[in-house]
Design a protein around this ligand. Structure first.
Ligand code: ZN
Length: 245
């Protein structure tokens, strides 16, 4: 198996992989409440799983996952809430605004954009020509907003997984801790999904938005989402391969 993780490559291996395919992959993670049943690092492990498969197939190098990210927030003098703490509308069950346990990721939009800019400058300097970033919704939107700037300033072509496959069902991470994300984690790391926590008699399925995972999440659905996205992304990025295939 090819080594594809940036942190595992020696310089010579890095040069060879860059020469073969100068694409960097950046998982946009969080440490964030994803329902009582999913791991707090779900947002980073999903793009990492996708990117490792694409990199093994067509080349490129996978960066370590970020775990800070932007999100909607509400601050009063005594407390700070963000993300699913306050996004209580449109969720599977209604709940009061509250600090959901385990979340530790929020940073302001502008600081996040500046961090992405710094990453872009460094990757350009290292020799990459394209950057694929995906994961936590608000992080992915912030990255999306910088695409033109990254092309002009750093000569990097930028993509998210949605540029290769956009679909309400087969899109990658297109809900929050519901059928889509739960199924993807089931496909990648089945031992980390604890469905027994949210079935009848378990904990309230709060802080989750999308189709109910108790009804629609399966490992087979997750595998389908994963495979369709590996295929679409590999085809879309094939032009960066030095052998043209
Ligand atoms: Zn998520």
């Amino acid at each position: 198996m090819k080594k594809v993780l940036y942190e595992e490559l020696c310089p010579k291996e890095f040069e060879e992989r860059l020469e073969e395919c100068p694409v960097a992959y950046l998982p946009l993670g969080t440490l964030e409440w994803h329902g009582p049943h999913l791991p707090l690092g779900a947002d980073g492990m999903q793009p990492k799983g996708l990117f490792v498969r694409v990199a093994e197939k067509i080349g490129g190098i996978v960066l370590p996952a970020l775990f800070l990210g932007p999100d909607r927030f509400y601050h009063d003098p005594n407390r700070e809430f963000y993300g699913m703490d306050i996004y209580t509308g449109g969720t599977i069950v209604p709940y009061e605004m509250q600090q959901l346990p385990g979340s530790a990721y929020w940073m302001p939009d502008r600081q996040y954009q500046d961090m992405l800019r710094q990453i872009g400058a460094n990757l350009s300097r290292a020799g990459f020509r394209a950057l694929v970033a995906h994961g936590h919704g608000p992080s992915t939107w912030q990255f999306n907003a910088l695409k033109t700037e990254f092309k002009e300033k750093y000569h990097l072509d930028c993509y998210t997984a949605f540029d290769f496959l956009e679909d309400d069902i087969l899109g990658y991470q297109c809900d929050h801790a519901s059928a889509n994300e739960t199924s993807i984690v089931m496909a990648l790391r089945p031992e980390l999904v604890q469905m027994d926590r949210i079935v009848s008699g378990g904990e309230a399925p709060i802080g989750m938005g999308g189709r109910d995972p108790r009804e629609f999440a399966t490992e087979a659905y997750g595998m389908q989402v994963l495979e369709e996205n590996v295929k679409a992304m590999s085809e879309g990025l094939a032009k960066y391969r030095s052998n043209g295939k």
